[in-house]
Design a protein around this ligand. Structure first.
Ligand SMILES: [Fe+2]
Ligand SMILES: [Fe+2]
Length: 392
């Protein structure tokens, strides 16, 4: 046993119950000295709740019914009893998708990028990376700085803490791809600033994020609450649920032709995280809307979808100004509208693009990572060790 674990493995010595050196004023003379032995053993789960055990200064126990998504007044440091057990399930599921970018070989991608991709394919590949690098930092800041601090139930915050880590992991992944391929970091990272069609999507997200991140943003104000719900909805259902979901597709199109398979596999792992982020966010927003009896403004919702579609169309036009084999801007936008309808249904809202068809039926299947690498034995197994994850 190494010294590192000593703190954890040293048995707890029973402490002798003695009277404190000074008697608290609140304790009456003659009453028994408080014991320092832990109370509420497993055989008496209700002991801590017993009114007869209540001591001066004792706080009321936390009740699940008192928890709220936001504006809760209860103790936020106590995990259970759960009001949102599904949030804890999300945390457990997220922990089944363990990986790091270093565990996926990029060797073939280096050859593909320099010797097999056409100029149009390199343009697509580089600009997808340029967009993603900035997007995941935005996603991290949104969930960590704008959303998590407003939650008033710890089971929600714990999943979001994991999500913050995952967004950082995704940024590491893009950086690992950029480094592995020897791309010019200065140029790739700045591209979202100098290419207006990429910046349009970033600017839209930044605008929503900056408003709900204000220090004086008070969620007891109904207008602010409405804006917060719309902003979280935007990040979960559009930014992650459409733009990320759809955003990886051009790379998957290359993967289907045997190109850039290392990068594509990295993105498959990211995609699995993002699907959970999207599903969690949508469920949280739906619960928030019901809990707070919010009515989302139809005009604001329509504007949300319109802006998202316009920004995506400009991006797709730049990215795929020349179609690549098996993938075009029209297909990209068709898929955006089809996935947007799916997100709206999941939110319990009307479809923004009625009649949109599934123009890339291979995407859901391609995105769904069936092969699990056993990294310790460097072989591929055909089953998913962490249990099936839902992709809806
Ligand atoms: Fe991410
Ligand atoms: Fe995410």
């Amino acid at each position: 046993m190494t010294a590192f674990f000593d703190d954890w493995d040293t048995p707890v010595r029973p402490r002798v119950a003695t009277a404190p050196a000074t008697t608290p004023a609140s304790r009456q003379a003659g009453s028994p000295a408080p014991s320092v032995t832990p109370t509420a053993p497993a055989s008496r789960p209700d002991a801590a709740l017993s009114a007869t055990d209540a001591r001066p200064g004792a706080l009321a126990p936390v009740r699940a019914a008192d928890k709220r998504i936001v504006n809760g007044k209860g103790d936020i440091n106590q995990l259970a009893p759960f009001k949102y057990p599904w949030a804890w399930e999300f945390f457990l599921n997220a922990n089944k998708n363990h990986w790091t970018p270093l565990e996926i070989s990029m060797a073939q991608d280096v050859h593909d990028y320099h010797h097999r991709l056409t100029p149009a394919e390199r343009h697509v590949f580089e600009n997808v990376l340029s967009y993603l690098t900035t997007s995941d930092i935005l996603a991290m800041r949104n969930i960590g700085l704008a959303v998590m601090e407003k939650m008033t139930a710890p089971e929600l915050q714990i999943y979001q803490a994991r999500q913050v880590y995952e967004e950082a992991l995704h940024t590491w992944t893009y950086q690992h791809c950029i480094e592995s391929l020897g791309l010019d970091q200065q140029e790739i990272y700045n591209r979202y600033r100098v290419v207006p069609e990429i910046h349009g999507k970033i600017a839209l997200a930044n605008r929503r994020l900056e408003r709900v991140m204000r220090a004086d943003f008070d969620l007891t104000d109904r207008d602010n609450l409405h804006e917060f719900a719309l902003s979280y909805l935007f990040f979960a259902a559009i930014f992650e649920g459409c733009w990320f979901y759809n955003g990886f597709t051009p790379i998957f199109a290359l993967q289907r032709r045997g190109l850039m398979k290392g990068t594509a596999e990295q993105l498959q792992y990211i995609m699995r995280d993002e699907v959970l982020h999207c599903a969690f966010g949508i469920r949280t927003v739906r619960t928030l809307i019901a809990e707070e009896n919010l009515q989302l403004d139809p005009a604001a919702l329509a504007r949300l979808w319109e802006e998202a579609e316009a920004a995506e169309a400009a991006y797709a036009g730049y990215l795929l100004r020349e179609p690549i084999l098996g993938y075009s801007a029209a297909q990209h936008m068709g898929q955006f509208r089809y996935i947007a309808n799916r997100r709206a249904r999941q939110l319990g809202l009307a479809e923004p693009f009625p009649g949109a068809e599934n123009v890339l039926p291979w995407l859901d299947e391609q995105a769904n990572l069936r092969k699990e690498k056993n990294f310790f034995e460097t072989r591929v197994t055909e089953y998913q060790t962490g249990g099936a994850l839902s992709w809806e």
